[in-house]
Design a protein around this ligand. Structure first.
Ligand code: HEM
Length: 188
């Protein structure tokens, strides 16, 4: 248990995320008006222990802040930037990912952390309209490029971190388009 504690805060399953991670085997599948776009990428994700917070003098959430910057292999330009928090509620063993991208989309995804032999599998999900784990987006995005669902599985295995995420979009003439991203990263 003690290896989940940093500066007196128990981060539970989030503790092993803290650090700087890099991966160069990413693959993005994103919408284009007439087709899919496949974008090989590399990225850096930085996770920082950020203490804890108490809500209504009752709920305690451990906080890990993160920043993800993704670069297109074809031109070395950053093409996705994401900030947010991973939170852990020890009392209920609930895991939460908050996520903001600079397209005027933000969301709150809730789920679990399954401890398996030597690894932790985080699974979170948000659905537009869900009163608990929802998605907020600006009017333009609501009408032209609406995010209806977000599913994310993140697997922490020592110094290896891999993820598989699906963002479901209504865009152009595509309904429930599966915008997907996968990568495997190594602790630096
Ligand atoms: C590694 C992660 C991600 C990468 C590399 C990525 C990349 C892309 C790319 C290349 C496009 C096509 C439009 C363009 O070329 O600018 C796109 C569209 C979009 N992405 Fe992502 N994305 C990622 C994650 C996400 C996440 C987590 C969300 C929201 C939860 C999201 C929401 C959107 C939306 C709403 C669009 C439609 C906008 C448009 O195509 O005009 N993306 N993304």
């Amino acid at each position: 248990m003690s290896d989940t504690i940093i500066d007196d805060v128990d981060y539970g399953p989030l503790a092993g995320l803290v650090g700087v991670w890099k991966g160069d085997s990413g693959m993005d599948v994103a919408p284009e008006p007439d087709d899919d776009e496949h974008n090989p990428y590399y990225e850096t994700i930085t996770f920082e222990a950020a203490g804890d917070v108490t809500n209504a003098e009752e709920q305690v959430l451990a906080i890990v802040r993160y920043h993800q910057v993704v670069y297109r292999k074809s031109n070395d330009k950053a093409f996705h930037d994401q900030v947010g928090y991973w939170l852990w509620d020890k009392a209920t063993d609930t895991v939460i990912q908050t996520l903001t991208i600079p397209r005027a989309v933000t969301l709150l995804a809730g789920g679990t952390a399954a401890r398996e032999a030597g690894r932790i599998v985080f699974t979170v999900k948000a659905v537009a309209g869900d009163p608990d784990w929802g998605i907020v987006q600006a009017p333009f995005m609501q009408s032209k490029a609406r995010t209806t669902e977000f599913r994310h599985t993140l697997i922490l295995d020592g110094d290896t971190l891999s993820y598989d995420e699906t963002t479901v979009l209504d865009i152009y003439d595509k309904h429930e388009y599966q915008h997907t991203d996968q990568n495997t990263l190594t602790r630096q």
